[in-house]
Design a binder for this molecule. Structure first.
Ligand code: DAH
Length: 337
């Protein structure tokens, strides 16, 4: 048997291999139990004694060479598999799931509220989060020693004692009235800050929307009608509204506004604390002292203002029981909006 011829044949066989299965067939053909090498090894005892040593070595060398070649071929096949074929398209392969960004629920709530007031003719204005003590308090008829200041607990900027992080959006009223003459109707969304201990209904930063309308002959009934359109636009046409007398330094008369509980429809449940009503905002007719601070003639002009917490509105509308959820950025929460 010519070892060289066998070598040739092995080379030819391996050159034709294109798959693992093909390679396995070649391996079995030569190295299997009934393969060529087994046959050669089995024939060693029958080779004449003087040639046996040389023949045995040749068979051994052939076997080693064959093992090497198979290993090489195997590497070659593995490399091929990991390089994807450019022309191969698996149309059944799942696509790459893209997660497009979306507006934050608070932003969506702001947009929704603003669009309702836009339709009534209010325009959107913004103000700075760092405010003067004057705009945040004094201009709004909240004197320095007034106990109501406690209700608007405030972060002061250490280095600049007259500057603070606004504790409500109301100071924008002062800014706008100082810069513009009536008639005006504005809505002011934005962040506000209060040094509150964090719990399910308090954060040291949250959002408010302020409303302000000034003209001649503006009455409390205008405020009621405006807020009713707003509340029905957000919570549905079926809700009832009520105005409870309240005190705010910047409005007189002032009221807190409730809607009938959207969960129990006014019957009384755990969300409304068995009262059947949910407080949604504060409002009132602009106090003459505020007009005086901004240089408006309170004999000629009247107006109303209102302010609400946006997180609170969103929590009531969507049945969310913890304000912290808005700022944890958990996608499982955010994706629901
Ligand atoms: N600024 C008040 C607050 O933060 C909310 C408010 C109440 C605003 C009555 C108003 C208003 O403009 O008239 O609690």
């Amino acid at each position: 048997m010519d070892i060289n011829l066998i070598q040739e044949e092995i080379k030819k066989d391996l050159a034709g291999v294109t798959s693992r299965q093909g390679l396995e067939e070649v391996r079995v053909k030569y190295l299997g139990r009934k393969g060529l090498l087994a046959e050669l090894t089995g024939s060693i005892p029958f080779v004449p004694a003087e040639q046996r040593g040389v023949f045995g070595k040749q068979v051994n060398a052939l076997k080693n060479s064959l093992l090497n070649q198979i290993e090489e071929k195997e590497k070659e096949l593995t490399a091929k598999i990991s390089v994807p074929d450019k022309n191969f398209q698996d149309i059944g392969m799942p696509g790459i799931v893209r997660m497009p960004g979306a507006l934050h629920p608070i932003t969506q709530m702001i947009d929704e509220i603003c669009s309702i007031f836009n339709r009534m003719g209010f325009s959107v204005v913004e103000g700075p989060e760092v405010e003067t003590e004057y705009n945040n308090f004094t201009g709004l008829n909240i004197p320095l020693d007034h106990p109501s200041r406690d209700a608007f607990d405030t972060f002061y900027l250490k280095k600049y004692s007259k500057l603070l992080l606004r504790s409500h959006t109301s100071p924008v009223q002062v800014r706008v009235m100082k810069a513009q003459k009536p008639p005006l109707a504005i809505i002011v969304p934005g962040r506000v800050y209060r040094p509150d201990a964090v719990d399910a209904s308090h954060l040291f930063m949250f959002h408010q929307i302020e409303g302000l309308l000034v003209d001649t002959n503006i009455r409390f009934s205008d405020l009621k009608g405006t807020l009713e359109l707003f509340a029905k636009g957000i919570f549905g046409q079926d809700i009832k509204m009520r105005f409870r007398p309240h005190f705010f330094p910047f409005t007189e008369p002032s009221a807190e506004v409730d809607i009938s509980c959207i969960i129990c429809k006014g019957k009384g449940c755990s969300v409304c604390g068995k009262k059947g009503w949910l407080e949604i905002l504060g409002a009132g007719m602009i106090h003459p002292n505020v007009f005086k601070h901004v240089g408006y003639d309170s004999k000629k002009y009247t107006g109303f203002a209102f302010g609400m917490g946006i997180e609170r509105i969103a929590m009531l509308k969507y049945g969310i029981n913890d304000i912290r959820l808005f700022f944890e950025n958990d996608l499982r929460f955010l994706k629901q909006f």
